[in-house]
Design a protein around this ligand. Sequence first.
Ligand code: GLP
Length: 241
Amino acid sequence: MQIVILDTLEQVAEYGAARFIDLLAKKPDAALGLATGSTPIQLYKTLIRHFEQGDVSFRDARTFNLDEYLGLSGDHPQSYRHFMNTQLFDHIDIDRSQTRVPDGAAEDPLAACDAYEDAIREAGGIDLQLLGIGRNGHIGFNEPSSSLASRTRVKTLTPDTVKANQRFFKPDEFQPNLAMTMGIGTIMEARQILLLATGEGKAEAVREAVEGPVAARCPASILQMHPRATLVLDREAAQGL
Ligand code: GLP
């Protein structure tokens, strides 16, 4: 597990963007694993700027997002599909049919989860998986106690995670407490993993992931076992190390 500590959020985003740009230069049709939440927003802005400057093209890339709320269709403003369209896909030259987010409105969510695994396999696996980290150490929506070998499936969100993500929903808006998420086993099969964490609110989860035991109580701790995982932190997120 490689740890990179930088001074600012902008530097974290620039470092992360450079990893995607390097990969696409070598492998234009790479399969990119993408993430939502507030942490990757700056990275997506940085990628858009580099695309506008002609430094990178996504024309042949394929993408797979980590997770989606169960019960929200892709046109719901709080869905992760909507997030990805507005934060990244609308601004780059990617072929929209090559972007995948689990279908939160699927009639048969369990079958949709299995089909998602098949699609990742058919794409030849994920080349570079981007991750954020929840305050309780979750990755994707793999909450503490998730099996370290889990595959894409439906998970119940903890009350803490629901609360942490409440800020994205309007006061009376329906907020799901179920989600479809790639499993920890799915994430660990990515050839490279890049986890970004910024701000002191993540310091405890980062400390547990890096210095704690590999344990289901902190899903991100499994990254200690990945041969090519990099954690990119700002000083606040790294303060417990
Ligand atoms: C959600 C997402 C995670 C994300 C986490 C942290 O739970 N499913 O993928 O890492 O939030 O989000 P933020 O970056 O907003 O702190």
